[in-house]
Design a protein around this ligand. Structure first.
Ligand code: KIV
Ligand code: ZN
Length: 510
């Protein structure tokens, strides 16, 4: 059996299905390019039939990405299969992924079809996809709750019809590792033509077992694993790519398997996905959380200083967390700043570098030490504001326990004019948003507001995440500043700018 595990990334499809995500086409392309750099074998770029925006994103990714296979998801009906193909037909390596429920629970309550009808439809839709391209994947949805004997028959039929990959989803995250491993072994032993297809797995994290189930499946013979960056996805999410890849690498003594992932790109990919989706990575998240390589206890610190292997099973550099060679501060110059950026994997053009350096100097005046996470936050802020329609020029608030919160805001409008206004609010952030609304005048509802500190300490940068909804679509905005009111204003402007950009793009197409 092959000792390479194919990494199938579904951040842009299942990950994007997570509640509250709304990536625009350019952001999806940016993530896809980073996934290609990371070395994923397959990028599931989206679900083309689901919306015109989704179709457009898949089509663009299929055109731009060269090294990874580009996959499009499809319902089991002819229109969806044809639409999936239309979106990826220009890809260097296209893959159509057809799915259809297989469990009796889904058949009885949702599809109201018999097992025989489902088997026939699965076979026919794989054959239809095969008419378009050679690489076809089939997923019997809710496979972990499907009677194995019936599942074997479905798999045999779709392989017969041309499926080159059969993916076994634990759709509702119900499986337990031993049981899921047995299912994979059962498939390998009981589906007569299984040697003509790769067995893949796709595990959800409802019981916190997505990675454990995926690894057990790999140990028992699966050779493709579907996963997402930071484990994002429907409900509790999908198996996390970084955890699976690093488990295979760190315990190669046990698995004896490889992947083509450039693990030094993991951290950067994780930050990008977090930044663009607005999903903050929990500090204790394995591999990429802020605390993943931090040792607090004296005994642990003592051990690591003497020899890292005492308490560190992975080198942080192996996942792309750079070891800080220098600490930046007030007296650091442009050259040191640029070098640090390069170590962190950022290459900015001259203008962006000048802006970011100015912001760094302002921060260094307020903070004794500027850490890597501060720099990442500054760069993210720079990248966010470089293409905005309305620009936040000035914000001022007055508030306190005996005063009515009041905000004054000045924005630079798309025509270059400065526009100022003032408003009252229930609190300073509300007053700022009210004022901005008086200027920009786009109806929307604020649905989420979160503040996080980038590093510890009273002088830390605060990162604010805001989600707004307009016409049923959600837009995420982020802003960073040592002043959380300013960070909130920036985050609100970022969300509004994304809303305006989406409207402009859809008007251009009409
Ligand atoms: O969880 C699931 O079953 C899916 C399928 C479409 C593979 O996402
Ligand atoms: Zn899924």
């Amino acid at each position: 059996m092959d000792n390479k595990v194919t990494i199938f990334d579904t951040t842009l499809r299942d990950g994007e299905q997570a509640a509250g995500t709304s990536l625009n086409v350019q952001e999806k392309l940016e993530i896809a390019k980073q996934l290609e750099k990371l070395g994923v074998d397959v990028i599931e770029a989206g679900f083309p039939i689901s919306s015109p925006g989704n179709f457009e994103a898949v089509q663009l990714i299929a055109k731009e990405i060269q090294a990874s296979t580009i996959c499009a998801l499809s319902h089991a009906n002819t229109e969806a299969v044809d639409r999936a193909w239309e979106a990826i037909k220009k890809a260097k390596r296209p893959l159509i992924h057809v799915f259809l429920s297989a469990s009796d629970i889904h058949l009885l309550y949702q599809l109201k079809k018999s097992r025989e009808e489902i088997l026939e439809l699965s076979r026919d839709m794989v054959a239809r996809a095969k008419g378009h391209t050679d690489a076809v994947e089939f997923s019997p949805m809710d496979a972990s709750r499907t009677e194995p004997a019936y599942l074997y028959r479905v798999l045999e039929a779709v392989i017969e019809a041309g499926a080159t990959i059969v993916n076994i989803p634990d759709t509702v995250g119900y499986a337990i590792p031993q049981e899921f491993g047995d299912l994979i072994e059962g498939i390998l032993n009981n589906v007569p033509n299984i040697d003509k297809a790769v067995v893949s797995v796709h595990c959800h994290n409802d019981l916190g077992l997505a990675v454990a189930n995926s690894l057990e499946a790999i140990r028992r013979g699966a050779r493709q694993v579907e996963c997402t960056i930071n484990g994002i996805g429907e409900r509790a999410g999908n198996a996390s790519l970084e955890e699976i890849v690093m488990a295979l690498k760190t315990r190669s003594d046990l698995f004896g398997l490889t992947t083509d992932i450039d693990t030094t790109q993991i951290y950067k990919t994780s930050r990008l996905v977090s930044e663009l989706t607005g999903f903050v990575v929990q500090p204790n998240k394995a591999i990429i959380g802020a605390n993943a390589f931090r040792h607090e206890s004296g005994i642990h610190q003592d051990g690591v200083i003497k020899e890292a292997i005492t308490y560190e099973i992975m080198d942080p550099k192996s996942v792309g967390i750079p070891a800080s060679s220098l600490v930046l501060g007030k007296v650091s110059g442009r050259h040191a700043f640029k070098e640090r950026l390069a170590e962190l994997g950022y290459v900015l053009d001259e203008e962006a570098l000048n802006h970011a350096f100015r912001a760094f100097k302002e921060l260094a005046d307020k903070k004794r030490e500027v850490k890597d996470r501060d720099i990442e936050s500054l760069v993210a802020e720079e990248l966010r504001t470089s293409s905005e329609l309305y620009h936040l020029d000035h914000v001022e608030v007055s508030c306190g326990d005996h005063s009515i919160p009041t905000a004054t805001v000045r924005l630079i409008a798309p025509d270059g004019q400065a526009v100022a206004d003032a408003a009252l609010g229930t609190g300073p952030v509300d007053a700022v948003c009210e004022t901005i609304n008086r200027i920009v005048r786009v109806p929307n509802e604020l649905t989420e507001f979160t503040v996080n500190s980038v590093t510890e300490g009273i002088d830390a940068i605060g990162e604010v995440l805001i989600r707004i909804e307009s016409d049923g679509v959600s837009y995420t905005g982020r802003g960073a500043s040592t002043d959380i009111i300013v960070a909130s204003a920036k985050a609100y402007m970022n969300a509004l700018n994304r809303l305006l950009a989406a409207r402009k793009a859809s008007k251009t197409k009409e």
